[in-house]
Design a protein around this ligand. Structure first.
Ligand code: BG6
Length: 488
């Protein structure tokens, strides 16, 4: 049994992530009465903010991003805002930590404090070292770090090693907010709480898998940050590979953090390396040019931000991945993700093989399981069906069996990714977080792609904002006689 945290310190507390995702998620937990009375939330960064200004800015963030309107819940909003305070802190300045320590109070040395680093990975180690030097870390202190952990395998090992010398591994929560999404957790229930899918879940019956995470937003003001990252590091190394792992893994022995992580790592180890020239055939890098999204004209990637500098960073990536193991041999996993695409949606398509023999003199379409992760989570199983007809003419159509989470459950009760994960970190449940070995195995795979891109000067292919990516992404599947499903 883990102790509940009584202090949550948000480094990068007035940043975009905090206002858009973290504080709204915490507010939802407040609304559901899941926050203990003594939990205090302390934002910190270099900004000179008073508690009042921080609360006011947080409130603005809640109004824009929380599931429920805080203005309609004044008592809940007030209770929540009273938990917040702000400390101005330069992550590299020793003295500033003394002030933070004072604000945390007694728990800084004895209680369970969560340090949530919503900062670039370059600050992870300096912050941990300062916390240790200030005697603010004990056996119960928890550390939450955001992806990407590092910039490549080497830097992630370096971060993991240094952080491990300060926090115990079971107190390090490496967050991937995709693991907090209800529809993502439901992949476990779908596969392992039903009898009917698992016997078919292998190369005998599955033709291929597609995973699409399509975003309509651009990089906007984050361009200078994003220029050093790109879609492969920002999305594939973590979110998309976590989805691959949940789809491809063997049944874990138990639903424990260790068992789950063990199975995910095995998937990462089975990913065939995409090296050297193969990067040209198996991957596509893309970057958006100017275009129109949701009826609005938007600039090209290179004209985003205040100080735009031309860069060849990829804002889109498509990959054909192979998993070299008994279950998945010969079943490609096609992954794609990009910004400024036509619409925002994330989906996993499991394309089954067609029937072996048909008694109909009509074509049949193979079954497909469509798992919609967002928006509006749903699961559709596309089956062949006979269209009712008076004339008796046989007409086969492919129709979905449809489970919409939004119709089945109260939408406000479906937790957002960060809500679930913040709650888990407060109660000390690390099941949905990543172990260092998962992160490192995932880096190994993406590092070889990055090296291939470098070595062979793989260019970015341009795509107009508002499209579904460059033509080369279509070609990637066309070479195998397949097409992307575009079920916006
Ligand atoms: C983040 C990436 O991890 O995920 C962002 O850094 C991206 O670039 C975001 O926009 C997407 O998350 P979601 O939950 O909106 O799909």
């Amino acid at each position: 049994i883990h102790e509940k945290a009584c202090r949550l310190v948000l480094f990068g507390g007035n940043g975009d992530l905090s206002y858009r995702k973290l504080l709204p998620a915490l507010f939802n937990l407040e609304r559901k009465e899941l926050l203990a009375a003594d939990l205090r939330i302390i934002g910190c960064s270099r900004a000179q903010l008073s508690d009042e200004t921080f609360r006011a800015e947080a409130m603005e963030g809640l109004c824009e991003n929380a599931t429920a309107d805080p203005k309609e819940l004044p008592e809940v909003a007030e209770r929540f805002l009273q938990r917040l305070s702000f400390v101005t802190l330069d992550a590299n300045k020793e003295d500033d930590y003394q002030q933070l320590k004072q604000v945390i109070g007694d728990p800084a040395e004895k209680g369970c404090v969560i340090y949530y680093l919503a900062t670039p990975p370059g600050l992870f180690v300096p912050i941990c070292q300062q916390l240790q030097a200030a005697k603010m870390v004990n056996q119960q202190s928890r550390l939450v770090i955001e992806k990407p952990i590092g910039y490549n395998l080497k830097s992630s090992i370096d971060i993991n090693d240094k952080v491990a010398s300060i926090f115990e591994e079971n107190n390090i929560y490496r967050i991937d907010h995709y693991m907090g999404k209800s529809a993502v957790q439901n992949l476990l229930a779908l596969r392992f709480a039903n009898l009917m899918f698992e016997p078919l879940w292998n190369h005998n019956y599955i033709d291929h898998v597609q995973i699409t995470v399509s975003e309509s937003v651009g990089v906007g003001n984050r361009k200078s940050f994003y220029d050093n990252v790109g879609a492969l590091r920002d999305m594939v190394q973590n979110h998309l590979l976590q989805l691959v792992a949940l789809i491809a893994m063997e049944p874990p022995t138990h639903l424990t953090p260790e068992a789950l992580k063990h199975e995910k790592i095995k998937v990462f180890r089975s990913l065939r390396a995409i090296e050297g020239k193969r990067t040209r055939y198996n991957t596509v890098r893309g970057q958006y040019s100017a275009g129109e999204v949701d009826g609005k004209k938007v600039p090209a990637y290179n004209h985003e931000g205040e100080n735009p500098e031309a860069s060849n960073t990829e804002s889109f990536v498509a990959i054909k991945a192979d998993i070299d193991n008994w279950r998945w041999s010969g079943v490609p996993f096609y992954l794609r993700t990009g910004k400024r695409l036509k619409s925002r949606y994330a989906e996993i398509d499991i394309q089954f093989k067609n029937i072996h023999h048909s008694i109909f003199k009509l074509p049949t379409q193979a079954n497909r399981l469509i798992i919609r992760l967002q928006p509006k989570d749903s699961i559709k199983l596309v089956i062949m069906n006979q269209e009712p007809s008076l004339s008796g003419a046989l007409n086969l159509v492919s129709d979905p069996l449809n489970l919409s989470f939004y119709d089945q459950y109260e939408p406000a009760d479906i937790p957002k990714g960060y809500e679930r994960l913040l709650y888990d970190s407060i109660i000390g449940d690390s099941t949905l977080f990543m172990s260092r070995f998962e992160v490192e195995e995932a880096w190994k795979w993406t590092d070889t792609i990055l090296a291939g891109w470098d070595e062979f000067d793989v260019p970015v292919e341009f795509y107009p904002a508002g499209s579904m990516g460059p033509d080369a992404a279509e070609q990637l599947l066309a070479k195998d006689g397949r097409k992307w499903f575009n079920n916006q």
